[in-house]
Design a protein around this ligand. Sequence first.
Ligand code: SAM
Length: 273
Amino acid sequence: MSITLPTFTPLEDSLFLTLYARARDYRRPHSILGDAAADQIVRTVDYDFGRLRIDTNLILNVALRAKKLDQVASDFLARHPDAVGIDLGAGLDTRATRLDPPSTVDWYDVDFPAVAAARERLIPQRANGHVIGADVREKDWLDGIPTGRPAVIVADGLMGFLTQDELVSLWNRLVDHVPSGEIVFNSYTRFAIWLARHAPGTKTVADLVKFPGMDDPREPERWNPRLQLVREITLSREPEIAEFPSGWRRYHRLAAHSTAWSRTGTVVLHYRF
Ligand SMILES: C[S@@+](CC[C@H](N)C(=O)[O-])C[C@H]1O[C@@H](n2cnc3c(N)ncnc32)[C@H](O)[C@@H]1O
């Protein structure tokens, strides 16, 4: 049965780009992420995915960055079975299904109210799974998140749509809200932001990008003294590159020799506090 969703704003609509990329990755012979739920949602929703014109590079990068974010969250939840997980700008991603945390973990997917309503129609609710319909730049939504438990905070594809001030204020509010935790998100250098504004694969979101880019992964440590960089993960240097098609594999292996070059691609930043 096909489900027709209400028309989203262009910002909300950006979720289809990453959802479709994960579905297309799932359909590859050697899927990086293996996200069967993304494929299922794409087959269920009445949406013209062809208009997105996504390319192989975007499919591989979206799948691999999601896998890296999942790995950080999964490691954290294994060490903190009493934790809270928060996915900011979750779109129609089913990260909690991929992670499958124990029922002692409360998982919160946060996105605009229209997206939250779509999630509730399309994605079966897990035990201890919660959907919050809110603009993450506002303050009140955090009232719905427990304060006394460690938290792993994930933001996949959100950062580019916030100004630097909005991002700093969001991280500060989260760090103040819980006693300890980790934050992991995909980041963009200034050059990567330029590319996102000009590459054909991200044409549909080019005008929505507000973040100026960040070249120094230690910069967030200056935004909040409690944030400590754990690791900068440049995808070109990750082992899954071996599963990329030969042309992209060769490109990333070359890029991996240079920190500056590998940072022009997708970077995942991981902090603790
Ligand atoms: C590129 S999509 C990524 C969605 C999802 N994380 C994924 O990987 O498929 C960006 C998401 O961020 C959400 N978003 C952007 N700005 C937001 C804000 N200020 N508050 C809440 N959600 C926001 C959009 O609605 C969209 O779902």
